[in-house]
Design a protein around this ligand. Structure first.
Ligand code: KG4
Ligand code: ZN
Length: 366
C-alpha cells in the first residue's frame, strides 16, 4: 500500500492506494483507492477573510494523525501494510508543509520504508490521470492550473518534463476572484458565489482591464481588483442587478486573460490534449469558453472530477504511484533490504526538507 499525505495549505488530506494491484496493471480506481479523506479548514479561516498560516499548521498538527487513523480504519488496513509514503514537499505554506513532512518522515523512518517528497503543482497535473479508470496523460500536454494559490499555463512536453508558458506575477486567479467577491460584499471564499452571481449579470456593462495583455509569460490579476474598488466606490450603494453585472464583468476579464494566453500558446504548440485543473476549474463560464476554443481546434479537454481539482491527497498518491512504477527496480530492492537508511532514498536526495517555493520545472526526485 502507498500512503499519500497533503498539507500544503488549508486542507489536510490522506489517501491510500493499493500499489501492488496498480503495479500488476489494475486501472479501476475502485480497486486501487482504499481510502480518500479531506478535512477542510475553510470555515475556520472564513472570519479572517483568508488562510491564516499559523492557524492552518496548528490544525494540520491536530488533524493529520487522526485522519491517517481514520483512513486506515476506512480502508481496513494497518500501518504495517504501508510500503511507501509520498508527501507534498512544496510549494505551499512552510509551517503547513513541515507538519506533513515531519509526520511522513517519522512514519517512513520508523518502518524503514521509502519516502517520496513531491511537488504539489505536479500533483495537480497528475489529478488529470484520476477517474473511474486511471488513464495516462498524453504528451505533449498543455495544462492550465488555476487555484487560490496558483495560476500557471504549463507545457508537459514529455511525461514529468515541464516548461512554464506563463504564470502569475501577483495574485492567483482564485485569490483575485475571492478579493473581488469581498469587494462585492460576498463572504470568503467568494469565488464560487461571484461566479454564480455573474451567471445572472450583463457581461458588457462593466469592462475591466486584462492584466499583462502584451506579455507572453506573465499573468496579472491584481489590477482588476483596484479597478473594481474604484468602480464600487463611484457607484455607492449596489443594487442586486448592478452587483450581478459587476460580477459578470470581473469574471469575463479574468477569463479573457486566461484564454488570451492559452490561445497564443495553442498557436505555437499542438498538444495532444488540454488539462484544466485546480479549484477554479469548477468555473462554468471558463469551461464553456475553453471548450469552444479547443473544439474549434479539435483538441480534447481533460478536467478531473471536482474532488480532485481542489486540494486532495489522491493526486499526490497518483504521482507517487507513477514514480514507483518508473523506478520499480529500486523500490523492489528497498523492499528486500529495507532499513532505516533507505529513507534518504536517491529519489529524494539527502536534503529532504520542505520546499515552500518550488517551481514545477525544477525536478528534485530523480
Ligand atoms: O484548489 P483550491 O480548492 O484551493 C487552493 O487554492 O489550493 O481552489 C480554491 C479557489 C478559491 O480561490 C475559490 O474561490 C476558487 O478556487 N473557486 C472558484 C470557483 N470555485 C472555486 N473561482 C471561480 N469560480 C468558481 N466556480
Ligand atoms: Zn492546490
Amino acid at each position: 500500500m502507498l500512503l499519500a499525505i497533503e498539507t500544503s495549505c488549508d486542507e489536510t488530506a490522506v489517501s491510500v492506494f493499493d500499489s501492488e494491484r496498480f503495479l500488476a496493471g489494475e486501472t479501476k480506481l475502485s480497486a486501487l483507492l482504499r481510502s480518500e479523506l479531506v478535512s477542510s479548514q475553510v470555515a475556520l479561516h472564513a472570519s479572517y477573510g483568508g488562510v491564516v498560516p499559523e492557524i492552518a499548521s496548528r490544525e494540520h498538527l491536530v488533524n493529520l494523525p487522526l485522519l491517517v487513523e481514520e483512513a486506515f480504519a476506512a480502508g481496513r488496513i494497518t500501518a504495517e501494510d504501508i510500503r511507501t509514503v509520498v508527501v507534498t514537499r512544496g510549494p505551499g505554506l512552510k509551517g503547513c508543509l513541515l507538519v506533513g513532512m515531519s509526520y511522513a518522515k517519522a512514519f517512513a523512518w520508523s518502518r524503514g520504508i521509502p519516502l517520496l517528497g513531491v511537488s504539489h503543482l505536479e500533483g495537480h497535473v497528475f489529478a488529470g490521470e484520476l477517474g473511474e479508470s486511471l488513464s495516462r496523460l498524453p504528451t505533449p500536454l498543455l495544462v492550465l492550473l488555476v487555484s487560490g494559490g496558483h495560476t500557471e499555463l504549463l507545457e508537459m512536453h514529455r511525461t514529468r518534463e515541464y516548461r512554464v508558458v506563463a504564470r502569475t506575477k501577483d495574485d492567483a486567479v482564485g485569490e483575485a476572484f475571492d478579493k473581488c467577491a469581498s469587494l462585492l460584499g460576498l463572504p470568503y471564499p467568494g469565488g464560487p458565489a461571484l461566479a454564480a452571481l455573474a451567471g445572472q449579470g450583463d457581461r458588457e456593462r462593466f469592462r475591466f482591464p486584462i492584466g499583462m495583455a502584451g506579455s507572453e509569460a506573465d499573468f496579472s490579476f491584481s489590477g482588476v481588483k483596484t479597478a473594481v474598488l474604484r468602480t464600487v466606490e463611484q457607484l455607492g450603494r449596489l443594487d442586486e442587478s448592478t452587483r450581478a453585472d459587476l460580477a459578470a464583468g470581473i469574471q469575463e476579464s479574468f477569463i479573457d486573460a486566461l484564454l488570451q494566453k492559452t490561445e497564443r500558446a495553442l498557436r505555437k504548440l499542438r498538444p495532444e490534449a488540454f488539462l484544466l485543473t485546480g479549484g477554479v476549474a469548477a468555473n462554468i463560464r471558463l469551461r464553456e469558453r475553453l471548450t469552444q476554443l479547443l473544439t474549434s481546434r479539435g483538441i480534447r479537454l481533460i478536467v478531473p472530477g471536482k474532488r480532485w481539482c481542489t486540494d486532495n491527497a489522491s493526486m499526490i498518491g497518483m504521482l507517487g504511484l507513477r514514480i514507483v512504477e518508473a523506478n520499480i527496480d529500486r523500490f523492489r530492492s528497498w523492499r528486500a533490504h529495507g532499513s532505516a537508511e533507505t529513507l534518504l532514498s536517491p529519489l529524494t536526495p539527502g536534503n529532504i526538507g520542505v520546499a515552500p517555493r518550488w517551481p514545477i520545472e525544477e525536478r528534485a526526485d530523480s
